[in-house]
Design a protein around this ligand. Structure first.
Ligand SMILES: *Cc1c(COP(=O)(O)O)cnc(C)c1O
Length: 367
């Protein structure tokens, strides 16, 4: 049977597979359909195109740049990130998307150890825990999806958190995360800030004071560069050196020359970031208000998506109904979230289309 999402045959097995590979349950990314008519609100790509300056950097790449190996240290990009974050260059690590950065964090700092995360969070964490043989405890979120910081604090085990959380969009304040950091200096905290830039507070300013903190970031969402594959980590230099040891034992050139050049321009393009974040924030507000007017419950989001459910309509029915109208959103067949949809915030026009489609699926007054 072929998998609808990834097109791969699922029944295939080989006696040559290692035990680790046989036992794995790989992460399934959101669908990347080829149909151009589909309104794609399922993988939290940015609604706007990347900045003109980034496109100019992509177009100006030279044959010589491609003939040679890229800079294995990604010096220019790391300097730009360090400058933007007021950190030293040895406090920055870059990788091929933040998924790769997180995988390296896992192998260098979490493998073979007990780790705690939330029962409602990014679906890749249990996969890395399995791949790198960590014992994972999934701490339940509270009834309203709020993170139970006290429950995390009750254990000495390393904590992996997405902030804002996925798929809820709820953010912890810097102060709440600092409470965790200060509570136990021997507990490591990985804070995945993949949705940084849409309103949540970052904990990056705490790095100089806490050596038990590592932050990961992505250019996929905030900078509209999901296709370029660039992510980075920020931490004190000892943790970053651990990541570099893994990287140089895995792939010395994770970022190609074009990605390094374009990502550097993106990081330094503050006016584009301010403008695009304002567009998304406004569209998110309209989406939340529009959904609430139709009777949906919408969690307060600090990301470029909203998490929503309707008291009278099942998650599956809504997902299928939107799909029939050529709108693709994300839904998981998992306890706690099966009634909920995660909808990427599009442009104002796309949000209007989404709201019209939702209205057509809602019970009308006279039914
Ligand atoms: C999208 C996402 C990532 C991965 O981002 P890439 O940089 O595209 O690999 C990591 N963590 C969370 C929570 C995400 O939503």
């Amino acid at each position: 049977m072929a998998c609808r999402v990834c097109d791969r045959e699922h029944q295939v097995m080989s006696r040559f597979w290692t035990k680790t590979v046989s036992d794995l349950t790989p992460y399934v990314p959101g669908e990347q359909p080829s149909s151009p008519t589909l309104l794609k609100l399922n993988t939290n790509e940015h609604a706007l195109p990347p900045s003109d300056a980034v496109m100019a950097a992509v177009h100006s790449s030279q044959a010589e740049q491609l003939r040679r190996y890229p800079d294995p240290t990604a010096k220019g990009l790391i300097e730009a990130i360090a400058e933007t974050e007021s950190l030293a260059t040895d406090q920055v690590f870059v990788g091929n998307g933040s998924d790769e950065v997180l995988a390296h964090i896992w192998l260098s700092l979490l493998a073979d150890r007990p780790v705690q995360t939330l029962d409602t969070t990014y679906g890749f964490y249990p996969v890395w825990a399995q791949l790198y043989q960590s014992t994972l405890t999934e701490v339940p979120v509270l009834a309203n999806f709020r993170v139970d910081v006290d429950a995390l604090m009750a254990s000495p085990h390393a904590v992996v958190l997405a902030n804002p959380n996925a798929p809820t969009g709820l953010a912890l304040s810097r102060q709440e995360i600092e409470r965790l950091l200060a509570d136990n200096p021997n507990r490591l905290h990985v804070v995945d800030e993949a949705y940084y830039g849409f309103g949540a507070e970052s904990v990056a300013p705490l790095i100089d004071r806490y050596d038990n903190l590592i932050v990961s970031r992505s250019l996929s969402k905030s900078h509209a560069l999901a296709g370029l594959r660039v992510g980075y980590a920020l931490a004190q230099r000892e943790l970053i050196e651990g990541l570099n040891r893994v990287k140089d034992s895995f792939n010395s050139y994770p970022l190609d020359a074009v990605a390094q050049a374009a990502a550097k321009v993106a990081i330094l393009d503050a006016p584009w970031q301010a403008h695009s974040a304002a567009v998304i924030t406004e569209s998110r507000k309209r989406m939340a208000e529009g959904l609430e007017a139709l009777g949906f419950e919408v969690l307060p989001s600090s990301a470029n998506f909203v998490f929503t459910q309707h008291p009278a309509l099942s998650g599956r029915m809504l997902f299928d109904g939107l799909r029939q109208q050529d709108i693709l959103v994300r839904r998981w067949d998992r306890p706690r979230v099966e009634q909920w949809l995660r909808i990427t915030v599009g442009t104002l026009a796309q949000t209007a289309s989404l709201l019209a489609a939702c209205a057509s699926l809602c019970p009308s007054e006279d039914d």
